[in-house]
Ligand binder design. Structure first.
Ligand SMILES: C[S@@+](CC[C@H](N)C(=O)[O-])C[C@H]1O[C@@H](n2cnc3c(N)ncnc32)[C@H](O)[C@@H]1O
Length: 424
């Protein structure tokens, strides 16, 4: 069947009108294209169709640089040239903020797009298939794992570990059928957390210690597939990352912004969102502070109170804060169960929040009522951003500017920094 692609959906699929008027979602098709596609089942309110032939290509079409494109679910937008891709991300942020009530009157900036080969954090799926380890990202809309030997978005220092890691996994008795490998590229080198489906044996521990020595990996830890607590298998040196110039010890699998360039763009947009002049005694709250990616840079402008609920992240933030001169203070607090009150918030000149994917719905009512000068919302989910900031709009807050940050290159993910001030 032939289709004319009208627009892109939020997952990056081309959308055409079907014969019954309902939308047809066609992955890898671009707006303006005429394509041939075959029905592939239901998708939400409409139908899915698999692209067969591009009959008339858009000038926005690009040659995908990765041999796994089309199978690997990691990057689904490599068929789109970067300028229209960046414009699509900007438009999606503007749409999300419009849903919250904020008109796009020039407040939404062009995205900061991170370059290929820079991703320093990866959660790779592991499978054992006929005894042979498979390592990679999940296939698009499927539980299958695409076995990778290369990757155009990950830092080459992490890609270099793919082949030797598969080799050592062959012999690990703790890896039976499935697992995952969380790789974080810290300043001290690659940090590896293996989530495996059995207990590591003594022989496994020896194998992993040898593997760490051979490949210059300062630390390898293991955890059960769904367990929270990890056990160190090999520790040859510290596992540290500098955030805002402060060395922070990172726990295995710790959350990091996905690329150094993305982190720099987020930090720059957050700092630019603060009031120009802050009184000498001003304090800033950093909610959902993690290891202190934002707390330590913010400390250059004012004293910072960083709130975090994760035990490992809190321990890292607290340890680094205590050694860094007293400008940052860490508080362990679950902001869903015990959000900061209006009175607590009003003690701050500005509040920065960087919630997880689910957003900050429990914290938003008090924030909306507060009299802080600025709210800087760092978002990794436009749906949660729209829902949460709707409350700010209703309470009289205005949008000063919003910056899309594209650190998951060629994906449909969208991150952003949005800055709000009271209008009434
Ligand atoms: C998107 S990360 C941001 C971390 C940090 N701001 C950064 O840029 O690296 C979200 C953080 O929120 C923390 N978190 C999740 N739920 C929370 C809650 N209910 N209360 C406080 N912190 C929470 C997570 O542990 C994680 O560190």
């Amino acid at each position: 069947m032939e289709f004319s692609i009208a627009r892109l959906g939020t997952a990056g699929d081309g959308i055409a009108a079907g014969a019954d008027g309902r939308p047809v979602f066609i992955p890898f098709a671009l707006p303006g294209e005429q394509v041939e596609a075959e029905p592939a089942g239901k998708q939400g309110e409409g139908q899915a169709a698999a692209l067969r032939t591009v009959l008339r290509a858009s000038s926005d079409r690009a040659v995908p640089p990765c041999p796994y494109f089309g199978h690997c679910g990691g990057c689904t937008m490599q068929h789109m040239a970067i300028p229209p891709y960046a414009a699509w991300k900007r438009a999606r942020l503007a749409e999300a903020l419009a849903r919250a009530g904020f008109a796009d009157d020039g407040a939404v900036a062009a995205p900061a797009v991170t370059p290929p080969h820079t991703r320093r954090r990866a959660d790779l799926a592991l499978r054992r298939e006929q005894g042979v380890p498979v390592l990679g990202f999940h296939a698009r809309a499927s539980g299958a794992v695409v076995d990778l030997d290369s990757c155009v978005v990950l830092d080459p220092a992490l890609v270099a570990l793919f082949a030797p890691l598969k080799q050592v996994l062959r012999s690990l008795s703790a890896f039976r059928r499935e697992g995952s490998a969380v790789l974080n590229l810290l300043d001290t080198g690659p940090d590896l957390l293996l989530r495996l489906d059995a207990e590591p044996s003594f022989a496994d521990r020896t194998l992993l210690a040898d593997f760490a020595r051979e490949h210059g990996i300062p630390r390898i830890a293991c955890a059960p597939l769904k367990g929270l607590v990890s056990e160190t298998m090999a520790q040859l040196g510290p596992a540290v990352i500098a955030l805002g110039g402060v060395p922070v010890p990172a726990a295995p699998g710790a959350f990091l912004q996905a690329t150094p360039q993305g982190e720099a763009a987020i930090v720059a947009a957050v700092l630019a969102g603060l009031p120009e002049k802050l009184p000498a005694k001003a304090r800033i709250a950093d909610l959902y502070a993690g290891l202190g990616t934002l707390s330590f840079p913010l400390a250059a402008r004012a004293r910072v109170a960083g709130y975090e609920s994760g035990p490992d992240a809190f321990a890292s933030l607290d340890a680094a804060a205590r050694k860094s001169g007293g400008r940052v203070e860490a508080f362990r607090r679950d902001l869903s169960r015990q959000p900061l009150t209006v009175k607590e918030l009003d003690a701050f000149a500005a509040v920065v929040l960087d919630p997880p994917y689910a957003g900050a719905i429990d914290q938003m009512p008090a924030l909306a009522k507060s009299r802080v000068q600025r709210i800087v919302y760092v978002s990794c989910n436009p749906v949660a951003l729209a829902r949460d900031t709707k409350l700010l709009h209703a309470a009289g807050w205005g949008l000063l500017r919003a910056t899309p940050v594209d650190q998951f290159l060629w994906s449909s993910q969208l991150e952003a920094v949005a800055v709000f001030a009271r209008q009434k």
